[in-house]
Design a protein around this ligand. Structure first.
Ligand SMILES: *Cc1c(COP(=O)(O)O)cnc(C)c1O
Length: 419
């Protein structure tokens, strides 16, 4: 039996992996175009050429299938703008899945509302609609639904609950660019969709985000909220003059992206679909192969989720294996075999070290509960994640991933021993 790399043996693969973010000659062309344009900011002066911001907004709204898109500086800002546009604040409760990035809860706290953390569905790792029902109160205003890792949440059932109770839905698509539910793209279901384009995401400008909506009144608020209350003018644009007009009546902040970042997003969007296809092929092969091993359970998307985006490739080990060897140790062993960072999921939010509502002393004191979330706890103790860039590797490299899982399983006894 081959000795594990983590114990001094030879790794299964040491040939490297696709880099992320990736740059191509066209990426440099895009950046150079902004450099030479004389306009680096949305708030800059009209140059006679459409901003990269508006080019991307039009393309991405069209891509997702909604009427309006506005870039913002971070996914966290997208969530904040969405909550502000919906006028959610003190006294309101927002339902948030208990397994997600902490920004989902901190955005709610930032507007002075209470994040109500609920459990997840074991097959998809996304919010459990039954748990949503159980958490509703007369103060609930909004459901923040997150499409996590590689599965979409049950948008049909979440939408039905929201409609019955007159609630808003914010769709967090930070991990779901290009995913589809019954032929419609992620981001077209919520009243407002929030995307992140942070460096790790499948469409990225380093830092970045976007808010999308199909409702004109919300679009008007979102645009002004992100631009200090301004918006692109409807009138004649004059060279050398700003083409944002100052509209009275709505307090905004500046959440704009720079033109360099908007140009990077245009470049990335050109490749997104081809990359999504490539990732899906690799993931489908891994699902088929690893499922036969008996100790690994791939995630199982809802039937409606007919096109998956793979922000992360996620599998769970069966409880018997997790009891023998903690998942962090399995991840460390896989990392050593493959030369990529293999890791576990977020800790559930109720005990996430970054979830610290009591420290927001400048905001209204918020009594945020830390409920027990047994499914989130169980899944987070058994889940293993690989970053999406790995899925862009060739077939030979992808096969090494299965080999690494096999080697680790063959050596469980050695791993269970003293570290
Ligand atoms: C990345 C992410 C965010 C936050 O995006 P930033 O651009 O890092 O602020 C929010 N929600 C989810 C689910 C994310 O994955």
């Amino acid at each position: 039996m081959a000795k594990l790399a983590i114990l001094g043996g030879v790794p299964v693969w040491s040939g490297g992996w696709p880099a992320w973010p990736e740059t191509r000659p066209e990426t440099l062309d895009h950046l150079r175009a902004v450099l030479d344009s004389g306009r680096w900011a949305v708030s800059g002066a009209w140059t006679g050429q459409e901003t990269w911001d508006r080019r991307f907004n039009a393309r991405f709204a069209d891509y997702v299938g909604v009427g309006h898109c506005f870039t913002v500086d971070h996914g966290s800002s997208a969530l904040l703008a969405a909550l502000l546009a919906l006028d959610i604040g003190p006294g309101d409760e927002v339902i948030v899945p208990g397994l997600t990035w902490v920004a989902c809860a901190s955005a709610v706290l930032r507007v002075g509302a209470v994040p109500v953390l609920v459990d997840i569905d074991a097959d998809t790792l996304c919010i459990d609609p039954v748990a949503i029902e159980a958490a509703l109160t007369e103060r609930t205003r909004c459901i923040l639904v997150v499409h996590l890792y590689s599965c979409m949440a049950d948008i049909d059932r979440v939408g039905a609950i929201a409609e019955r109770r007159g609630l808003a839905v914010i769709e967090d698509c930070a991990q779901a660019h290009g995913a589809e539910w019954r032929g419609r793209r992620a981001g077209s279901f919520g009243h407002i969709a929030a995307f992140s384009m942070q460096q790790g995401k499948v469409l990225t400008s380093g830092e970045g985000g976007a808010v999308l909506t199909d409702e004109p009144a919300l679009a008007d608020r979102l645009e002004r909220l992100r631009t200090d209350g301004r918006r692109y003018g409807a009138g004649v644009r004059r060279p050398g003059r700003p083409d944002l007009e100052e509209i009275a009546g709505l307090q905004g902040v500046n959440l704009c992206l720079s033109e360099f970042q908007a140009a990077l997003l245009c470049d990335g969007l050109d490749r997104l679909d081809a990359q999504t296809e490539a990732r899906a092929l690799s993931a489908a092969w891994l699902d088929r192969t690893l499922r036969t091993r008996g100790w690994i359970e791939p995630t199982l998307p809802y039937p409606g989720n007919d096109r998956r985006a793979y922000y992360h490739y996620a599998v769970r080990v069966i409880p018997a294996v997790a009891r023998r060897v903690p998942v962090v140790r399995l991840c460390a062993a896989l990392t050593a075999e493959l030369g990529i960072w293999v890791h576990g999921p977020y800790p559930p939010l109720p005990r996430h070290p970054l979830f610290a509502p009591d420290t927001l002393t400048a905001l209204p004191r918020i009594a945020a509960a830390r409920p027990d979330l047994p499914v989130a706890e169980d899944q987070s103790a058994r889940t293993i994640l690989l970053h999406h860039a790995v899925l862009l590797a060739d077939d030979i490299q992808i096969a090494r991933i299965a080999d690494a899982f096999d080697k680790v399983f063959d050596n469980l006894a050695a791993l269970a021993g003293p570290a």
